[in-house]
Design a protein around this ligand. Structure first.
Ligand code: SF4
Ligand code: SF4
Length: 331
């Protein structure tokens, strides 16, 4: 049974949730919509297409200390990072929630990433269906939908009189207030994002590893790595140690396969020294290696990389090019 929350009741509920959780929600900041911790419900902006960055940073922060080693009076102490409080992420789009489910596959497989696992266990996701599809959206081609409730604990869908509330997990059920009433109406028809035919891309890629296509494409690429940082499914990071007067801190930060140092190994050899080999890696990982290992394409069709790329490199065009190239070579 679905529920109905009036807009006022939703605001009151959000304020109540703030007592027990760190609530992270879309907030308008200098013209951008970003997921930020809020201190009161009225800070939330629910009138957005999608946030500039996905919520992955609350599971895998852009930079975080993993542990520190402190030396005092001849004693050495290792202090691991801790997750302090339960969190609730409010207003997550269905594609981004699926992005977290995809990141779970590498990061929760054993040996799992301890901080990611802890944050995951202590976070509730409240999703928000999309009212419209942006020109760059293609989530339905990537296994999701603008009203997909599969990867959140609660999904809100806006209608004229408030929000339809679908509860999909025990975690979500435990948070519901009594003020929400039963809703017996139907769910609104979701918008239809652009379709991107993808069926033949995996077999096509197998034959195109050495194709000149990649170097030609990479001529345009600036290797700024923006595509990786805005992507809800990119999870690569770098780890560095910093020392200060005998104390050591191990820090990890987001890193991208587009950076020239990403695969450089001891002695200075770099197996992906050219721009083409690095750009190729991005698409092979998303469209072939990840599906081979985890049975899902590592793209949710959010379109952020398309919007953010300064030189208009468009994953939809690449998916199409690869299938056409392979079709021509087999003709
Ligand atoms: S955002 Fe565009 S230019 Fe920058 S690394 Fe990605 S594909 Fe290259
Ligand atoms: S559309 Fe781009 S940014 Fe979005 S999930 Fe796919 S690869 Fe990542």
């Amino acid at each position: 049974m679905n529920l109905l929350a009036s807009k006022d009741n939703l605001i009151r509920w959000l304020d109540l949730l703030l007592h027990e959780h760190v609530v992270i929600a879309p907030v308008r900041v200098q013209g951008l919509t970003l997921f930020q911790p809020i201190s009161k419900a009225e800070e939330v902006d629910l009138d957005f297409d999608n946030t500039t960055l996905p919520p992955k940073g609350w599971f895998l922060p852009p930079t975080e200390t993993l542990f520190s080693v402190q030396r005092n009076d001849g004693q050495t102490k290792l202090v691991p990072a801790m997750v302090e409080r339960d969190a609730l992420i409010f207003g997550v789009r269905p594609c981004d929630a699926r992005g977290i489910a995809l990141m779970d596959k590498p990061l929760l497989q054993e040996p799992s990433d301890a901080l990611y696992r802890e944050r995951h266990a202590r976070t509730v996701l409240v999703g928000l269906s999309c009212r419209q599809a942006r020109p760059e959206c293609f989530c339905t081609s990537m296994g999701s939908a603008p009203n997909d409730a599969s990867y959140v604990d609660i999904l809100l869908t806006e209608i004229e009189v408030g929000y339809i509330v679908q509860v999909t997990s025990k975690k979500g059920k435990m948070l519901l207030p009594e003020s929400f009433t039963e809703y017996e109406g139907v769910l609104p028809t979701p918008p239809e994002p652009r379709a991107v035919p993808i069926k033949d891309v995996m077999p096509a890629m197998k034959g195109l590893f050495d194709d000149t296509y990649w170097e030609r494409l990479a001529d345009r690429c600036l290797h700024c790595s923006i595509c990786a940082y805005v992507c809800p499914t990119c999870y690569c990071f770098d780890v560095r140690d910093y020392s200060d007067r005998g104390n050591i801190e191990r820090v990890r930060s987001w890193e991208s396969c587009q950076s020239s140092g990403f695969t450089r190994i001891a002695g200075g050899y770099n197996p992906r020294a050219t721009k083409g080999s690095r750009l190729k890696q991005r698409f092979y990982h998303k469209l072939l290696y990840f599906p081979e290992q985890f049975q899902d394409i590592a793209c949710v069709g959010c379109g952020r990389c398309i919007k953010a790329c300064p030189v208009n490199i468009d994953i939809r065009e690449i998916i199409d090019d690869l299938q056409q190239l392979e079709a021509k070579s087999g003709a």
